[in-house]
Design a protein around this ligand. Structure first.
Ligand code: 4AD
Ligand code: MG
Length: 451
């Protein structure tokens, strides 16, 4: 019978024969027996394989990191651990320390050190645990949306709109001289030859979601998102995954905030219930770090938040002001100040948010929100969409024309609202990971895309 260590430990059939394929985590050679801890990626747990000296195994080749196939019978140790009494050990491939394997067994390395070896990071227990939590979080989000009756849709990666209008797009053009020559019409700029328009990697799927919601009802997408921000900060990636949601028939902000809060609590509780050993193994944190799950998220208006920051002005390198909004330092301070409870900032000055935000009735504010998380700051941004056709028409950017964005509003248009949740920022928050680059297998940031 073939097994993963995860399924073996979940349902061990004592006495039966099994085969495990994996890597040696640790090996101890004693006079009569060799003890090999094997891991296979399926769980943070390792299983001990006992190899008796009668087996005549060539132990020279067996070292930490080597890949092996081991078969034997399932036994229980006097301490109650599930172990394998080996009948056969086959080396698949040895781990050559002479070639410069960077990880010694049972040694702890800093994330910065490990990050130098992106292609080898899953060899470390921390990062393997992180990726298993990431996998479970993907499923937990999908399952939470399905429970809420929100429909998953695929939105394009290639697009002609810069949704956020922040000029942080990556431009896309074919890298094929021959093709470009054959498509070129006189005078057409090279950027527009392929699609007859400038095109970009998406910075947000929001406009496509709004169009789809106007017929399908509430929708979500979970896909790669690209931003050319010249930022080396520990909170920014050039390629990240965003969960974007558009809720149909939404007239007020409060139900949207409730949705976000319910979603984050549901997904996080799901992870704590089903992945606690990987959460502990990833960062050594446990349930007590999640007090916020029992509390109501805080809701503050932009003006209230600004007031708190100004009352604590001595804490900051740069003062917060209504002109520029908040920086990371301000965001993280606010959440700490409010008892480390995730905090919604609502009712933003119009000039700090994109054109599509719905205006408040009586003042110069818009019905937008950011959700700030402990130690990370903004993890969600969203709001209600402007549904006054005339206002929208006036505010629509002249560049990158979006006639279609007005069009679906003429045919039974509805009020919607939605948000984007940065998936890596979410993982960074719940796992207390200092640098966002350690939440995704192959992070991209300025000057770093070589592997
Ligand atoms: O606040 P943002 O820019 O919102 C939007 O793009 C909206 N159009 C979403 C919507 O309403 N459908 O981005 C949303 C979230 C941020 O709160 C942050 O968590 C994440 O995306 N994010 C990044 N994560 C990692 N690296 C970056 N460079 C990020 N930029 C934004
Ligand atoms: Mg934002």
């Amino acid at each position: 019978k073939k097994y993963s260590i995860c399924s073996l430990l979940r349902n061990p059939e004592l006495g039966s024969e099994i085969e495990i394929k994996g890597w040696i985590a640790n090996i101890r050679k004693q006079k009569h027996n060799i003890f090999i801890d094997v891991k296979d990626g399926s769980t943070s747990e390792q299983v001990q394989v006992i190899v008796s000296s009668d087996l005549n195994v060539n132990t020279k080749e067996l070292s930490a990191g080597s890949s092996i196939i081991t078969s034997g019978s399932i036994v229980k140790s006097p301490k109650g651990n599930i172990e394998i009494l080996a009948k056969k050990i086959k080396l698949i491939s040895k781990c050559s320390t002479e070639e410069g394997y960077p990880f010694a067994p049972r040694k702890e390395y800093s994330p910065e050190y490990i990050r130098q070896y992106l292609h080898l990071r899953t060899k470390t227990n921390h990062f393997a645990s992180l990726l298993r939590v990431r996998n479970s979080a993907v499923l937990a989000f999908h399952s939470a949306f399905q429970d809420e009756g929100v429909i998953n849709v695929h939105t394009p990666i290639l697009t002609s709109n810069d949704c956020e209008g922040a000029g942080e797009t990556f431009k896309v053009i074919p890298d094929n001289e021959h093709l470009l020559k054959s498509m070129a019409k006189s005078g057409v700029h090279v950027d527009e030859i392929f699609f007859n328009k400038k095109s970009y990697l998406t910075v947000s799927a929001q406009f496509h979601l709004e169009a789809l919601a106007n017929g399908l009802g509430s929708v979500y997408t979970f896909g790669p998102t690209f931003r050319a921000e010249n930022s080396k900060s520990r909170f920014h990636l050039a390629e990240f995954y965003m969960i974007e949601v558009e809720i149909a028939f939404l007239e007020e902000l409060k139900p949207l905030l409730n949705f976000v809060e319910r979603l984050l609590k549901k997904v996080t509780n799901n992870l704590l219930d089903n992945n606690i050993s990987d959460i502990v193994s990833c960062q050594g944190i446990n349930r007590t770090e999640f007090e916020w799950l029992e509390k109501d998220f805080v809701i503050l208006s932009f003006d209230e938040a600004l007031n708190i920051l100004n009352c604590n002005a001595s804490q900051f390198k740069k003062l917060a002001n209504a002109q520029n909004g908040f920086n990371k330092e301000h965001e993280i301070f606010l959440v700490k100040y409010l008892g480390n409870i995730p905090t919604f900032i609502i009712d933003w000055p119009r000039h700090l948010k994109p054109f599509y935000m719905k205006e408040c009735k009586n003042d110069s504010k818009v019905l937008a929100f950011d959700l700030l998380a402990p130690d990370v700051g903004e993890i969600v941004g969203g709001g209600l969409r402007e549904d006054d056709f005339q206002k929208l028409e006036e505010k629509l950017p002249k560049e990158g024309v979006l006639e279609w964005y007005l069009d679906f509003r003429k045919f039974g248009g509805i009020s919607t609202g939605g948000f984007g949740l940065g998936f890596e920022r979410y993982l960074q928050t719940i796992l207390k990971i200092d640098n966002i680059k350690d939440t995704i297998p192959f992070p991209r940031w300025p000057h770093n895309c070589s592997l």
